[in-house]
Design a protein around this ligand. Sequence first.
Ligand code: DX5
Ligand code: ZN
Length: 217
Amino acid sequence: MHAIAPSVLSADFGNLQREIERINLSEADYFHVDVMDGTFVPNISFGFPVMETLHKYAEKPLDVHLMIVHPEKYVERFCDAGAWSVGFHLEAVDDPMPILSLIRAKGVRTCLTINPDIDIHRLDPYLDQVDMILLMSVFAGFGGQAFIPETMEKIRYFRSEITRRSLPTLIEVDGGVNIKNAGGIFAAGADILVAGSAVFHAADPAAVVRAMKHSAE
Ligand code: DX5
Ligand code: ZN
């Protein structure tokens, strides 16, 4: 799978409906929805009012990335608000299993994510418990950061592990993805690439989405 998930974090919020509609017309596969609480990460993004607007106008599934403490308090509300998938950080919780169950009980896809400084093997026991894993290729908190090259080896590891165990689990990569590096990231084994600034700060976002989506062909 070679999918692109533009992150609305980098959209122009003064023209959110127009920004959403531009992506609707593109070859993008999802909208990536970055929710930050100012505690798990040193930044605050947006919450339910923006989620409502996205749900109203978006014609692609909403891929929600929670960068919050106590995700167990909010995952169901994001499911009810129209999420297609809900992901949270493994390092933000003691035990992800009950939280994954809350999401799954809503019929929504589950995702576990880790920051770049977290031991990747902490994800191993959950590879068969989630629909996807999200590997952060920057430290969660801000758009516009540079892709951390060491992520490539992590993608290759999970691709081989998922293949070895014959799992359907998808690999999503988030942070610093652009037209230049997208092809290599897909080639390493990623299924879904998140891109915020590369898409929304471009003069022609749809062209960037198209170029990234077909970059590994
Ligand atoms: C970072 C967010 C990313 C971010 C990506 O905390 O999780 O999704 O929006 O932005 P770019 O593509 O600009 O690195
Ligand atoms: Zn994200």
